[in-house]
Design a protein around this ligand. Structure first.
Ligand code: SF4
Ligand code: SF4
Length: 96
């Protein structure tokens, strides 16, 4: 699947941190009863993925996060924990 962020190829660069995940679902049990699953719809970079099977977890592909913060606001259960990546990691925007 082509990530929305791929359309910006050349303008953004990801420096993934293999040792620390900066976006996590801290309360995954809340996802089982979550009807709207807003995280799937608001993330511009398709970080959250779910296979539509009720007992299956929502997966978090944090290495493609563009750090907009929308998931933290959109989750009605407060289940998403977001922090900016450690220094030197994460998304880098190139301008000009
Ligand atoms: S919106 Fe929150 S509770 Fe619902 S599926 Fe996403 S992370 Fe889980
Ligand atoms: S901060 Fe933005 S890009 Fe990153 S996971 Fe949340 S909604 Fe997606």
């Amino acid at each position: 699947m082509t990530k929305p962020s791929d359309r910006l190829l050349g303008l953004i660069e990801f420096r993934p941190d293999d040792a620390w995940q900066h976006v996590v679902i801290a309360a995954p049990e809340k996802c089982r009863t979550c009807q709207g699953k807003n995280c799937l719809r608001v993330c511009p970079s398709a970080v959250f993925q779910w296979d539509n099977i009720p007992d299956h977890p929502v997966l978090v592909y944090y290495k493609q996060c563009v750090e907009c913060g929308a998931c933290r606001l959109a989750c009605p259960a407060g289940a998403v924990k977001f922090a900016h990546p450690r220094g030197g990691y994460g998304v880098v925007y190139h301008h000009g």
